[in-house]
Design a protein around this ligand. Structure first.
Ligand code: CTP
Length: 431
């Protein structure tokens, strides 16, 4: 063991913030804990979030603040249970009189109490409140009960209080709180060193490895009109395509986002082109490629395969009944690949294939479409496909065995896909 490691190095520490004016000091606590080497997850009660913005805590801790015991992580695990299981220590600072009462009685209706109840980790509690509240027998009694659970109490200090009075009730000095957390973990092994066992951290600075690139992305589903009010559509939410656009923007690319119907916010930083139908999407994609400056086309849109041969100019009456004659839409990706092949520096072409039940057809589909990469998924699987935040995909690189990726958030899939797009481009340039 190297003695230079601080007692908190590599530890996962939960900071529970409850609704006292001293909540503003929690920002300094995050800084102290992280400087001491801890990986910090902040939990805040709704009242604490009135005193200090979760965004402040999120920026300092590089983790999404947990505010609600019902909240799920992007991969659908229950947030506070994952945090409770992985924690090496929990610091509740400031702890209000209400919170002491809730915790003493095991009333798990806020995220901090729920997490403490669910965790075997040592708990350090730093009360902060008005002096009379602190002296009240109810508060004293609750504190004694917490001591009885083995919780370490760091008593508040004497000084001026928010009420204008002077008394015991000021949150203990942050350095004392840090020392109490260090003492709580002393000699204990790190409980969950694997980052995957902890709630996900927000990515550190994203590399600007796509700076100077132009990436064309399609997203969402097209809607093929039957009459002015009805259409043939599909269940695509646009999440995957939007995740790719956002990831590309974050990595410095210029993005043209050609979109059909979507149910997620679109990134303002992209050039947005709305194309309700497959025909309009085709025109926009071919126009975007015509400048020959695109580095990649990522066709994540769920393009309707059929459209009504004729769209009625007026709303059709129900009484008449309806038989639709459908015609296939143009295969936009196949046309785009054909255009790209005529260019001196063809963009990397990426297709998506949403299948149901098996991925047997996807290798053939990748070859037929002539793409460099095909991202296939089985949308009938839970945690994959339409409307979910996660995806389990298989990457097809023509000529290589399929690569099954583990279930990840759509943002993670997007970044990993862009890594591969970058590799194809770099490879082509070095040939
Ligand atoms: N695609 C397209 N134009 C269409 C249909 C699909 O450009 N008219 C694109 C999709 O955006 C996707 C890829 O082609 O990137 C594969 O879509 P998919 O519907 O799975 O393929 P199809 O060609 O429709 O094949 P099949 O009907 O056999 O499933």
């Amino acid at each position: 063991m190297t003695e230079s490691r601080t007692p908190l190095a590599g530890r996962f520490v939960l900071l529970g913030v409850t609704g006292s004016i001293a909540a503003y000091k929690a920002a300094e606590l995050v800084r102290l804990l992280t400087t001491a080497g801890a990986d910090v997850q902040v939990l805040m009660t709704p009242t604490a979030a009135h005193f200090i913005g979760p965004l402040t805590m999120e920026t300092l801790s590089r983790r999404r603040v947990m505010l609600d015991p019902l909240e799920l992580l992007p991969d659908h695990r229950i947030g506070h249970i994952v945090a409770a299981d992985a924690a090496d220590a929990i610091l509740v600072a400031p702890a209000t009189a209400r919170w002491l009462g809730a915790m003493a009685n095991g009333l798990a209706d806020d995220i901090v109490t729920a997490t403490c109840l669910a965790s075997p980790a040592p708990v350090v509690v730093a009360p902060a409140m008005d002096g009379d509240m602190y002296a009240h027998p109810a508060t004293r009694h609750n504190i004694e009960r917490l001591r009885g659970y083995g919780y370490a109490i760091v008593e508040p200090e004497i000084g001026p209080l928010a009420s204008g009075q002077t008394g015991v009730g000021r949150l203990a000095d942050p350095a004392r709180l840090l020392a109490a957390v260090e003492a709580a973990v002393a000699g204990k092994p790190v409980r969950a060193p694997d980052p995957a066992a902890r709630p996900p951290a927000i990515d550190r600075a994203v590399p600007q490895d796509l700076a100077g690139w132009h990436i064309v992305v399609t997203a969402g589903g097209t809607a093929e009109p039957i009459d002015p009010v009805r259409y043939i559509g599909n269940r695509s939410s646009g999440r995957m395509g939007v995740a790719v656009a956002e990831a590309a923007l974050a990595r410095g690319a210029r993005v043209t986002l050609i979109h059909g119907q979507t149910s997620v916010p679109l990134p303002d930083a992209a050039q947005l082109i709305s194309t309700p139908t497959a025909a309009e999407m085709r025109t926009a994609v071919l126009a975007a490629l015509s400048d020959a400056d695109a580095d990649a086309l990522i066709m994540a849109a769920a393009v309707a395969d059929f459209r009504p041969k004729q769209s009625a100019p007026k709303k059709l009456a129900r009484a008449a009944g309806l038989t639709l004659e459908l015609e296939p839409t143009e295969d936009i990706l196949a046309e785009a690949v054909a255009v790209a092949r005529t260019q001196a520096r063809p963009p990397v072409m990426v297709g998506f294939a949403a299948e149901t039940g098996s991925l047997d057809r996807v290798a053939e589909k990748a070859a037929r479409k002539g793409v460099d990469l095909l991202v296939a998924n089985d949308v009938s699987e839970p945690g994959s496909g339409f409307g979910t935040d996660t995806n389990r995909v298989t990457l097809i690189v023509p000529g290589s065995p399929p690569e099954a990726w583990p279930q990840m958030s759509k943002s993670q899939v997007a970044h990993r896909l862009l890594d591969r797009v970058l590799a194809v481009r770099t490879d082509a340039a070095s040939r």
